[in-house]
Each structure stands twice: as structure tokens, then as C-alpha cells.
Design a protein around this ligand. Structure first.
Ligand SMILES: [Ca+2]
Ligand SMILES: [Ca+2]
Length: 399
């Protein structure tokens, strides 16, 4: 939240008409009334950024640096290119609060702040900190199916947990199937994750499917009413996974909800679900310029399971493409192969197969009617388990 708050503040300053100056003389004129004289008392304020622990200067993404003099209502902003760590502002004298922020990956941002009294040329250092949070996260996952063994009554929800509009266009949803072995043969290819069977993506070229801050959507495997079979009414689901050319337990049905794009399908089952007892769910965003179709169309992005005679291909998703990942374990098994690295999920949510229950991300607070969701990168802490099915429902109180 820290980074988002900085951005929000920067936006507020913009909206309130705070003066943006990049070396022009208008700010001089503005403060002549209190400046005591017609001469320009401008000084150089040099800001140097230090990369967070574990990173080098060369790792720095493009950074936005803002210096604010609240007394004089002056705001100066400079953009640093990736790999640069120093910028010099020409500012009017006074006290400044300087903030720096930049996006390192889908989920990691760098941010820092410092104060400076500028009554002569001044240098200030900002030690950046790493903030890890996902703008889009799973709000709820119903992977267990119902006691009626409906199989395709499963669904998941995605929420915009950030302060900015997010776009679903090109966001990939996929799952990792559980392993029968006690150790994970895919550990040898970490940080790549193997997507088994089916991967899907939201259609759109970039900005066609906005999700406002706090807003969420329901993605159904079959967008129909399951209430007569101990499931939920998914006839109003926002999206659907429609998988052509499958036969188990039957051919898929294209219900009214708009369909995700199927990126690849080497499955015979009509579902995008890791497993009813366990598995992992992934939400991923490719780097700019790569479409999901192009990524899935590139044979280099596939692998077969190491050290086996298996031949089925898995679409490989690198850890740093992830927006969110949830490790789901069978509540009745204590020893299971870990599917995700701890950096992507330090915990796991426990489920019981065919219980008709979901896991739901905890709500930390409700503000102005909006729910904020807990995201500590640890599903043991972040999710409530054995929850009733509440697709599309907005929580009204914190957990
Ligand atoms: Ca379907
Ligand atoms: Ca449909």
C-alpha cells in the first residue's frame, strides 16, 4: 500500500493544480511575494538513489522523483531512465520532501523518501526500499467442486486490490496440477512453473477490459446455475472458460458469459482447475510487447516433465511474470510436494475435495464501501478456508 499511497499523493497534487516546474522561471515569480527581493534564489538539489538491499544500481527501473515544497506549494518532478540513479533539480529555496518511486516488476516496486533544507546547493540520498504487492489478486477460489461431483461448477474471482485502474487484457490464468510424488520434479527448473492442460487469457489489446480499484470479477468454468447441484448460481458470471475439443466428462457448453481465450489445450477435461484436492493457481502478466497468443505459440516456452517418459507438454511461466499465485493443499495430507517457491507463496490454503467449499482472501478493512484484501504472499495467513460459495458478493466487514 505504501507505494500506492505515494502515487495517490502525487496524483492529488496534480489534481489540485500544484505547480509543476522543470526549470522554467514561473516558480520564481510565484514566490517573489515572500522571497524578499526580485533576484532569483534558486539552488541545485541533487538527489541520488540507492538500490534496495539485494539490487544494484543497474537493476533500477525507470524512477519518478518528486520534490515538494509544501509551504510554497511547489512541486518538481523528474523521470529517471532505467539504470540511472541521480538527478538534479533547480529549485527555489525552502524545505522539501522528496519521494522516488518506480515499478521493478509486475508485483515489486521501489520507493523511498527524504527531507532536504535547500538554502544553498544541496545533495540528498534516498535509500530505496522494495515493496512487493500485487495489483490483481485472487479474491476467492472454488476448486473443490460440490458433493454432487459436478466437476465444472468451479470458479475463481479476481480483484483489483490497488489504487489504480487495472486492465484484464492479456492477463493469463493457469494452474499447476498436483504431483503424486513427495518431491517436486519441477524444482530443477525453478523459477519456471509448468502449466498443465489448459491455459487461458483475457481477450483484448490492452485497455478493453478495465477493472476499477476494489472491483472484482467472477470467472466460471461453466457459467450456469449450479444451485440444484449443491453449487453456486454462476449464470451471471463475468467470464467463462469454454474449452472446445474436450470430451471428459462431456463436450464443453458455451454459456452466455463471454469466453476467455484458450491459449493452449493439451487436456481432455473441460475445466481449468488444478485439482479438486490440491494444486496451484496462477495469475500472470507477460512483459509489454508479448501477446499471450505469441507466447503460447512459441515452442521454446514448453517443457515436458524432467526425468520421466511423459510426453505431454507444459507451458512454462516464469515466476517474475506472476501477479498472484496460490498453493492449495489437501487438508487430509500432511506431506505434499510444494509447487510454488516461497517467494511466490510462503504458505498454502487447505481444502477438502468435493466439499462444495471455497477459499476466500481475508478482508483487512472496508473503506467507503470498498473492501481491501490481505496480501502478504502467504496463503496460510491470507486465505480463509472452508468458506461458503459467495461468487460476486462484496464483503461488508473486515475479517
Ligand atoms: Ca466451460
Ligand atoms: Ca460463454
Amino acid at each position: 500500500m505504501k507505494t500506492m499511497n505515494l502515487w495517490a499523493k502525487a496524483l492529488l497534487l496534480l489534481a489540485s493544480g500544484a505547480l509543476f516546474a522543470t526549470g522554467c522561471s514561473s516558480s520564481d515569480n510565484d514566490d517573489n511575494g515572500t522571497g524578499g527581493g526580485s533576484g532569483s534564489n534558486k539552488f541545485n538539489l541533487t538527489v541520488t538513489l540507492t538500490a534496495p538491499s539485494g539490487y544494484e544500481t543497474a537493476d533500477l527501473p525507470a524512477m519518478s522523483v518528486t520534490a515538494v515544497n509544501a509551504d510554497k506549494e511547489l512541486t518538481y518532478t523528474e523521470e529517471l531512465a532505467a539504470g540511472e540513479n541521480s538527478v538534479t533539480f533547480e529549485v527555489s529555496s525552502g524545505q522539501y520532501r522528496i519521494t522516488a518511486t518506480g515499478q521493478y516488476s509486475n508485483t515489486i516496486s521501489f520507493t523511498g523518501a527524504a527531507q532536504a533544507d535547500v538554502f544553498a546547493d544541496q545533495s540528498v540520498a534516498i535509500e530505496l526500499a522494495e515493496v512487493n504487492e500485487s495489483p490483481l489478486v485472487f479474491k476467492a477460489i472454488y476448486s473443490t467442486s460440490s458433493p454432487a461431483y459436478s466437476i465444472t461448477d468451479t470458479y475463481f474471482e479476481i480483484v483489483n486490490n490497488s489504487e489504480k485502474v487495472q486492465y484484464l487484457d492479456g492477463i493469463i490464468v493457469a494452474s499447476i496440477t498436483p504431483l503424486t510424488t513427495a518431491t517436486n520434479p519441477w524444482e530443477s527448473v525453478f523459477p519456471l512453473y509448468p502449466v498443465y492442460g489448459v491455459a487461458a487469457a483475457f481477450p483484448g489489446s490492452g485497455t478493453e477490459h478495465p477493472l476499477q480499484p476494489g472491483e472484482s470479477i467472477v470467472v466460471a468454468n461453466d457459467a450456469t446455475d449450479w444451485t440444484a447441484r449443491q453449487g453456486a448460481d454462476l449464470s451471471n458470471a463475468d467470464w467463462e472458460v469454454y474449452i472446445p475439443n474436450v470430451s471428459i466428462p462431456s463436450a464443453d457448453v458455451d454459456y452466455d458469459a463471454p469466453n476467455l481465450t484458450i491459449l493452449f489445450n493439451e487436456n481432455t477435461q473441460r475445466q481449468l482447475n488444478p485439482g479438486f484436492m490440491k494444486g496451484a493457481f496462477l495469475l500472470a502478466k507477460l512483459p509489454d510487447g508479448i501477446t499471450p497468443e505469441a507466447y503460447a505459440g512459441n515452442a521454446d516456452n514448453y517443457m515436458v516433465e524432467p526425468n520421466t517418459t511423459k510426453t505431454q507438454r507444459n507451458l512454462m511461466i516464469p515466476s517474475n511474470y506472476l501477479l498472484d499465485a496460490v498453493e492449495i493443499w489437501d487438508a487430509t495430507e500432511t506431506e505434499q510436494a510444494q509447487l510454488l517457491m516461497s517467494q511466490d507463496d510462503a504458505g498454502k490454503a487447505f481444502v477438502t475435495g468435493f466439499s462444495g467449499k471455497s477459499i476466500r482472501r481475508k478482508v483487512t478493512k472496508i473503506e467507503n464501501g470498498r473492501a481491501y484484501y490481505q496480501d502478504t504472499n502467504n496463503s496460510s495467513n491470507d486465505f480463509l478456508t472452508d468458506q461458503p460459495l459467495t461468487p460476486g458478493q462484496e464483503p461488508t466487514q473486515a475479517d
